[in-house]
Design a protein around this ligand. Structure first.
Ligand code: ZN
Length: 164
């Protein structure tokens, strides 16, 4: 199914009605869907580094001077994509009844003896990037380490843009 760029853009903004959206997500993807999506993402950003892969909401793996780094849509650079970007975040830990209860209806929050909430914010734009609900003391979770080369070679049949 060939979907034009304008429609994809509206889809990514969440502006499509279900009748418009359903055939797009359930249909066969057109050959260059990935490229169109990447183009739309790139156009929205105020920086020029080429996106290799969208990593997470607001975060991208980009090519910069021979490196592959994680970059926030605000422009903040987290460094090497193989190192957990969360370590560069501002982190708020909710580990008391009072701080957890603020988020839930009364008596519905978790027990801080068993679980804490960690909120990860971009140190530049302060966007909330991720939340972990983990036992106290649990290591910071590394969400996702993509194999960028294999993705391009096996799925798209070409080299990644930084190795063209
Ligand atoms: Zn940011």
């Amino acid at each position: 199914m060939d979907v034009d760029k304008k429609t994809l853009e509206r889809m990514m903004e969440g502006d499509l009605k279900w009748e418009e959206l359903k055939p797009i997500i359930s249909g066969r993807k057109d050959q260059n869907r990935f490229d169109k999506i990447m183009e739309i993402l790139q156009e929205k950003l105020n920086w020029k580094e080429k996106i290799l892969l969208p990593l997470h909401e607001h975060l991208y793996i980009v090519a910069k001077e021979g490196e592959r780094i994680v970059k926030c849509d605000c422009g903040f650079e987290f460094g090497d994509y193989q190192i957990n970007w969360k370590h560069k975040c501002k982190i708020r830990v909710r580990d008391t009844f009072e701080s957890i209860e603020k988020l839930y209806p009364k008596m519905m929050g978790s027990d801080p003896e068993w679980e804490e909430l960690r909120e990860f914010f971009c140190p530049n734009c302060f966007t909330l990037l991720d939340v972990e609900a983990v036992p106290p003391g649990y290591p910071i979770i590394f969400n996702f380490l993509p194999d960028i080369d294999a993705f391009y070679e096996k799925w798209l049949g070409r080299n990644p843009p930084d190795k063209e």
